[in-house]
Ligand binder design. Structure first.
Ligand code: URA
Length: 241
C-alpha cells in the first residue's frame, strides 16, 4: 500500500494532509525516514512513526479501555467528558467520513468503571452487542445494604424490570463481601445491574466491569488507559469463562 494511503487508513487526516506529513519529513517507517507519499509498503506488522510517535498498522481497530468514573460513553456527551477524548486523534478519526473512528461496544454508565471494548469493525460490534450471542459480562458490585442469600437467589431466579414483563436473571451471582457481589449478565439492558439490584431491595453504590467473556481487565491498565487487543484477547472474549 502507498504510504499516504497507509496514514489515511490509520486516521492521520485527509490524503492531502497525510501526503504533507510525509513530504515534510514527519514520517519514518521501521525507523527510516520516508518523504515519498507513493512509496509502497507491506502493511502486515508494519511499524511506523508520525512526529516521533510510534504506531503499528491495524486493518481493523480492536481496543480495550479502562473506563474511569466521570466519563460518558457518548460521542456527544451531555454533562461529563466523553470517553473518546481518552483516545488519540488518529484512533478517533480512522476511516474518515461521517462514521469515522472506533465505537464503544455497548455503554457503561458515567459512574461505572472497568473494561470497555471499542472497535471500527461493525460486525464485531454487532456480534458482541447481540443478546443472541450471550457474551457473559462480569460486574463487581458494591451495594448500599448488606447482601443476603435471598437477594442472591432472587437475582439468579430472575427479577422483573419495569419495562419488560419477562424476568431477567443473572447467569451467575455470588456474594464476595458483606456489601459486595459479583454478577454475570449475558444481556445488556439499560442500567441493567442497577435496576436488578434495586428490584431485590438493595442499591448499587459502586459498579465495575471486571470481565467480558474470559477476558479480564488487566491489572496494569490504569483508569483512563487503553491498549490494542491482541489475537489472544480476542479469543478470550469469544471463549466461555
Ligand atoms: N448495568 C448498569 O446498571 N450500569 C452499567 O454501566 C452497566 C451495567
Amino acid at each position: 500500500m502507498h504510504l499516504d494511503n497507509i496514514l489515511y487508513s490509520q486516521g492521520f487526516g485527509t490524503r492531502r494532509v497525510c501526503a504533507g506529513l510525509i513530504q515534510q519529513g514527519f514520517v519514518a517507517v521501521a525507523g527510516v525516514p520516508c518523504v515519498d507519499p507513493a512509496m509502497e509498503f507491506e502493511v502486515q506488522d508494519l511499524h511506523f512513526a508520525v512526529q516521533g510517535v510510534a504506531w503499528e498498522f491495524h486493518e481493523k481497530a480492536y481496543l480495550m479501555l479502562h473506563k474511569p468514573a466521570g466519563y460518558e460513553c457518548s460521542q456527544k456527551p451531555s454533562t461529563y467528558p466523553s470517553i473518546y477524548t481518552l483516545l488519540p486523534a488518529p484512533i478517533r478519526q480512522r476511516g474518515g467520513g461521517a462514521a469515522a473512528g472506533v465505537q464503544a461496544v455497548g455503554r457503561l454508565d458515567q459512574d461505572t468503571t472497568g473494561l470497555l471494548l471499542l472497535s471500527d469493525d461493525g460486525k464485531f460490534i454487532h456480534r458482541m452487542s447481540s443478546p443472541k450471542h450471550h457474551v457473559p459480562k462480569v460486574y463487581d458490585v458494591v451495594a448500599k445494604h448488606e447482601v443476603d442469600d435471598q437477594q442472591i437467589q432472587k437475582l439468579l431466579a430472575g427479577v422483573v424490570l419495569d419495562d419488560d414483563p419477562k424476568p431477567v436473571r443473572a447467569a451467575a451471582c455470588e456474594k464476595t463481601g458483606e456489601l459486595q457481589l459479583s454478577l454475570t449478565l449475558t444481556e445488556g439492558k439499560y442500567h441493567q445491574v442497577k435496576r436488578m439490584i434495586a428490584a431485590v431491595g438493595n442499591r448499587v453504590e459502586g459498579l465495575h466491569r471486571a470481565r467480558i467473556g474470559a477476558l479480564q481487565l488487566p491489572s496494569d491498565l490504569k483508569p483512563g488507559e487503553w491498549r490494542w487487543l491482541t489475537a489472544q484477547d480476542l479469543a478470550l472474549i469469544a471463549a466461555k469463562p
